[in-house]
Design a protein around this ligand. Sequence first.
Ligand code: MLT
Length: 394
Amino acid sequence: MKVNEHFQNLGQSYLFTRINQLVAAYQKEHPDAQLLRMGIGDVTQPLVPAVVEAIHRAAEEMGHAETFHGYGPEQGYPFLREAIARYYAAKGVEVSPAEIFVSDGAKNDLGNLLDIFAGDNVVAVPDPVYPAYVDTNVMDGRPIRYLNGTPDNQFLPGPPDFHADLIYLCSPNNPTGAAYDREQLAAWVEYALAHQSLILYDAAYEGFLEGSDLPSTIFQIPGARRCAIEVCSLSKTAGFTGMRCGYTTIPLELEYQGASLHKLWGRRQATKHNGVSFVVQRAAEAVFSPEGMAQTRQALGVYRQNARLMADTLRELGIAFWGGIHSPYLWMRCPGFDSSWDYFSYLLENAHIIGTPGEGFGSMGEGFFRLSAFGTPESTRQAMEQFRRLHAKN
Ligand code: MLT
């Protein structure tokens, strides 16, 4: 037996695993330290009442022979796919329920989708970037080309002057919080159509765009149905990090070398995936109900408010930052540090704040740092007080 040799090319551990280990070691040495978590983007607001009621109802159904559900449809129950199609329709985008695949999360689908692409496709990823895009391709040995994100392009790299087969775009962006406008996305669609490339569009943070006129789905861009797959999540917008539910939209007409990606993915899922639990899908359906949408909007408002407080604090301290408006993430320069890992330790040890070093998102992230607004209002307030105390004296 031989192991997958490409794994030798991965970093020692996944970014957030490494951070958890460092934090656990610090906490062991300092058991009384009250750590303020602004690292991994995990939510703190509980599920909204409409979702909780749906879970209760679905659990009750599962407890009676007449209403019990066994295996569900691999692609997801029609009730949820129809609710998602209506959500798209409200954004002015026509997507048929048949084009939607319910998943157990965007991260899983983003990795699993690689099953249907050739191993020698050239992959283009922005740098800095959500590390799962890179690691999953390294595991398969695909060649990766990086697109530099810098303050000059507002961390929103445009199409390159080389050919790429697979392109990862995430907007609003993890980690920088930047979001593409229509014109910028249209340039990407034009590139993908000209190069017969595929855009893997990660819209996990689209909920944070509400109220803006920035595109919240790539399918708002003409031509995208012929060159893009969109991967969405309920984790960040509806507090589903512990529930596990997302969806992936693959237009029926999306074809490469005469093969329908919709069919390939359906074939892959039927073989390797048994769907998402009935109870979780009923819970997800409730997110898209009028009450669910209104309640979820309120919960998101807490994170927006946190982000405002964080932005005000950074501004007051004269620390340059990006994001935090259409995003739960603020991307800041490390004040007084070249190494973002050194700054991580400094912040942990001197302010008990856990953030994410920019270098963990790629070499272009070095010298930058990500703070997440997913804390509670109280922990965010405490963290910003500590932050002010720490940096005001420097
Ligand atoms: C992050 O903090 O970057 C995200 O929470 C990670 C994820 O969604 O997997």
